[in-house]
Each structure stands twice: as C-alpha cells, then as structure tokens.
Design a protein around this ligand. Structure first.
Ligand SMILES: [Zn+2]
Length: 152
C-alpha cells in the first residue's frame, strides 16, 4: 500500500475501488441490494439478466468476496501486489484494454477512471464518485440508473 492509501478518510472507502478502475459503489447489483430496489437492475445489459431474479444480497466489492466471479484482472493485480491497475508498469495492458472495449457500457470508463485516479489520487476520486452517484433525493444512483428511480 502506498502512503496515500493509508491516509484515506472515513468517507473514502477503498473497498469501492475495483482493481480495474470500476467504482463498486455504483454497481447495479450492489446498490439494488443496499436499497432493496430492483429498479437499479431494469436497464442492465442483457448479459446480466440473470441478476434480475437473484436474491438481493449486498456484494462486499471487488477487493473482498465479490460476486463478479473469477476475474483475470483481479488475479493479476493481487499477484503483483498493486492497489489498482493504474500502479502497474504494464498499464494499459491488453487485458485491461480488452475489458474496457468489450461493449459493456459500464466498462467503457475504466481507463478514464484510472487516468483520473493517477492525477487526483484514490481518496479524492472515491469522494468524487460518491457525489456523482448520489441522487438528488438523497438515495443512490447506479451504473444503469443515473436518474432518480426512487419515486413510486
Ligand atoms: Zn432518487
């Protein structure tokens, strides 16, 4: 861990930064479980349709026992003992470039995320993402629910 990461404030939760640069705090499945609201899953890519019928159970995020399943990017980063891919000498490698361009909407931003984290630091980035995905009504937004879905 770098010095920067040891100094995270209580508001910046490192568990919400996936190794690949995704913000776990906006994950449709995680937020659906947190708010017990399946509307977060309404517009997810067809590939993830199976999630719509799954029991809502909060995922602890990429760094913990995640629900994404096996991930080559995570395995690689863990093996290299880096906090996220932006710390890697080989960044951007083919693995992460393929992931960013696999056509899944929320994967498209990871390289941009990593560039930004490199500039402003992990903590500041986490705080900014938290704001981006906070709904005007006080609840949470997510990757595929970027406008308020909290009114019945
Ligand atoms: Zn709302």
């Amino acid at each position: 861990m770098t010095k920067e990461n040891n100094n995270l404030t209580a508001d910046a939760d490192l568990s919400l930064l996936a190794y690949c640069g995704l913000y776990c705090g906006a994950c449709s499945f995680k937020v659906a479980a947190m708010e017990n609201n399946r509307k977060h899953l309404s517009n997810i890519p067809a590939k993830y349709d199976y999630l719509k019928n799954m029991e809502l159970k909060e995922c602890p995020g990429c760094r913990n026992d995640n629900k994404c399943g096996d991930c080559k990017i995570k395995s690689c980063a863990v093996e290299k003992k880096i906090v996220y891919c932006g710390e890697c000498d080989e960044y951007p490698c083919q693995l992460i470039k393929n992931f960013a361009s696999d056509g899944i909407e929320h994967h498209k931003n990871i390289l941009k995320n990593i560039e930004k984290i490199r500039k402003i630091g992990i903590e500041q980035w986490l705080l900014e993402e938290k704001k981006v995905y906070k709904c005007g009504c006080g609840k949470l937004l997510s990757w595929y629910a970027k406008d308020c879905i909290h009114n019945d």
